[in-house]
Every structure is written in structure tokens, then in C-alpha cells.
Design a protein. Sequence first.
Length: 158
Amino acid sequence: MLSSCNNNTEPPLEVRLPISEVYVPVSVEFNEKDISQEDKSQLIHLVNNQFVINDVSEIPDDPLGLNDYFGVAFDKVNFNEYTLLIKYIINDWTIDSYDNRYYRNTQENTYNWSINIGTASDTERYRFTRFAILVKKLPTDAKVVIWQGLTQLGWYPD
């Protein structure tokens, strides 16, 4: 006969963490023929990296001017208490809905930010989009994983 004392000392695999502030995603439309090769290279760098920011000087410059208009809010962040997470993407669709999920993976010892995007429409132009959240200050050696998922709204398989 098997029995269990219901003594589970294993920590949960995922621990949901609070997000202190969610910034509205910001997009700039562009035509790739209208930007320089240097700007294209900078866009690729921004999209292929994730940004864990612990000081206002670490906020990346973008060649399409997102920070010129919308970076002002980041100047007010208290970086002694908070860490700013930023993710950039290039897309050719509109963002109709999105949701953020922020959690700690106890097995991998990582902090994870998942951006879940819903769309129902394509556009003919490209968009450079910045997502950002503010979280409690992360340890300097923290491993952070940022990724996005995409679902198509209104699409149902037969």
C-alpha cells in the first residue's frame, strides 16, 4: 500500500512576480527603403537583444525616434528601486491586444517576461515597436529571459 504524507518541499517551478508599471507599446511605421544601412543595422541590434536597464544612461537609442517622443517617462524611473525591461520587435501587423506575464523560473533561476500579442490585421508597412515594463530592482547577476508570442485574433481552424 502506498501513501503520501503530502509533504511537498519542492518550490513551485514558476512564481508569478508583480509588474510595477506597464508602458503602452509604442510603434513607428517605416519603409525600409527610406532608412540608411547604418540605421537598419541598429534596428537589427535592438531587435536581437533584450534590455535590462538599471540606470537611465543604459536606455538604448533607437534610430527611428521612439525615445524622442516617448522616452521622457523613463527619465522619471527610480532606478535605485526598479529595473526597466525593454524589448523591441519589427512587425508588419497591428497590435490588437497584448498581455504581459512576469515570473521567476525556480528551476532555471531566471526572471522571465513573456509578451503575448494578439493581431487580426496585416499592414503594408513595417513597424518598429517597443515594449517596456518596470519591475522591482533585479539582482545585478540576474538572468533575464524576454520573449514574445503571437496569436491571430478571429482565426479558428476548421
